[in-house]
Design a binder for this molecule. Sequence first.
Ligand code: MIC
Ligand code: SF4
Length: 642
Amino acid sequence: MGSTLAQKIIRAHLLEGEMRVGQEIGLRIDQTLTQDATGTMAYLEFEAIGIPRVRTELSVAYIDHNTLQSGFENADDHRYIQSVAKKHGLYFSRPGNGICHQVHLERFGVPGKTLIGSDSHTPTGGGLGMLAFGAGGMDVAVAMGGGTYYITMPKMLRVNLTGRLRPWVSAKDVILEVLRRLTVKGGVGRIVEYAGEGVESLSVPERATITNMGAELGASTSIFPSDEVTRAFLKAQGREGDWVPLSADPDAVYDEEITVDLSALEPSAACPHSPDNVKTVREIGPIRVDQVCIGSCTNSSLSDMLKVASILKGKTVDEHVSLSIAPGSKQVYNMLAACGALSDIISAGARVLECACGPCIGMGQSPNSAGVSLRTFNRNFEGRSGTKDAQVYLVSPETAAYSALRGVLSDPRELGEQPAFPLPEHFLLNDNMVIPPAPPAEVEQLEILRGPNIKPFPVSGPLAEDISCECTLKVGDNITTDHIMPAGAKILPYRSNIPYLSKFCFAVCDEGFAERSKQKGSGIVVGGENYGQGSSREHAALVPLYLGVKAVIVKSFARIHVANLINAGILPLTFADPADYEKISQGDSLRLAGIREAISHGSTAMLENLANGEKIPLNVEFSERQRRILLAGGLLNDTKGA
Ligand code: MIC
Ligand code: SF4
């Protein structure tokens, strides 16, 4: 029996476990990346582990999220990360060099290698044939120290691509179609592998748009083969030597398969407030648009920007629309300037931003009240833009640019014939914004620069024999990490200051949560399906830990979040019968008697609801490693105890 591409890479990196679906496996990690919003915490944790120099083949620290410096905090954190990188053996990508995933694809990604990053969109690297996972900062810290990365062996889902994209239909429309069909839960527990005759018609940046938004499917990761298209991209990046051909065996067996006919797709949009709420632009109709934002790690490649520039050329943005554009990297920005396309963008009236995440994470450009914003990004969760009642639609760069000119949501196919946008034979190469690590002989005297915003992070104690506390919050399905620990320009500067951050925990759902939790001193959160979907931020576990959350009891969890809860020492429990969700109300007194014993050996634990006398069975099926971490009160305690 042949292997899928992902299975081949897993096999080549397998350190522990067997490749059986649902079993925990341990992988050797070749490369890591961090960004600044999760990086400060990841490096504090790396320092706490105490390994002097990274043991990966390559580790890169990017600065791309917290670039709005309206106080000392972000700049201090950047200096901290820069000083850690130099001392501990990492490359440092300076602010202004671009968004981590775009730069990593251009300059560092290697087919067949494993990569983990403290950002959920790390699977962007799958566009190059890497096996790339988003992970919590603690898992990245461990991998930097040469430690094993653990995942649950996923099922293999093949997306068979047939046909070719029609003019003005884009890679974004491909992944929106996959999201429409599979939903934000459809990828959970799966690796999505793209294959079929349609693959060769997609460039590496287009493939990367698709694997990037596999994060929105909840997939463990997504991957494309490494073929001649990959080779041409790497060659144009001056890195042909990094190329290896990779694909699934012809007789590979997949657990599931869907077919997407590229030629049948049309321009689409994910409607508020979920990336899977997808309709075609025609179906939605010409709704009025207040804002258009082009960029983000999903759609900020050179070809995306050249398409946008060609649509804007010689025109003016509609008078009711604010158009912002953030190229994905310095390479993209430079090349736009060199070929004159930047001038077309500026002349049309776009507000050109630095190459960073920017509006995607609410770092500026929040829309007007109840404003309609078209964005080429990957997430349109409620409130993420910084304006709670904004209506955010996710679209392709082509749809975004054309709609910006027309002032209403518009189908770019109306533009008629599409010019060709071939990838250049040579990208402009200049890595002067990447600072290499110091040679080992020089690190002794290097100082780590810590700003006053860095506060100690919470660490749990060993798991108690019994837990008795109130249900301090009950929420519904598809709760995102943006609900649990919101981001945005006002809050992000405090990612290394958990006490301050805690004031905003769950504020989108319930403004009283933080205060109530502090008063009670401990609590249990109850939720529905796919709890913790979205970002990799471990702050969505560390902040609840700080606020005394002992356990989260839900119908199902998202992959990265459950790993973060375990690492933090919060019990992630699921209802044996999802219908029991109804048997708990916010404010009920709950008891988990003998929980330590159950976590040590058991497969179920009993929750008693003292408010109504109900006895509710919960699943406590964990791997041996996870049980050990939970008993120790988190990964750091476990690592130190080992
Ligand atoms: C996001 O897109 O939500 C982020 C900001 O990039 C996060 C990481 C973070 O919260 O810092 C992610 O996707 O993991
Ligand atoms: Fe940055 Fe947005 Fe990509 Fe997250 S999704 S890494 S905030 S551009």
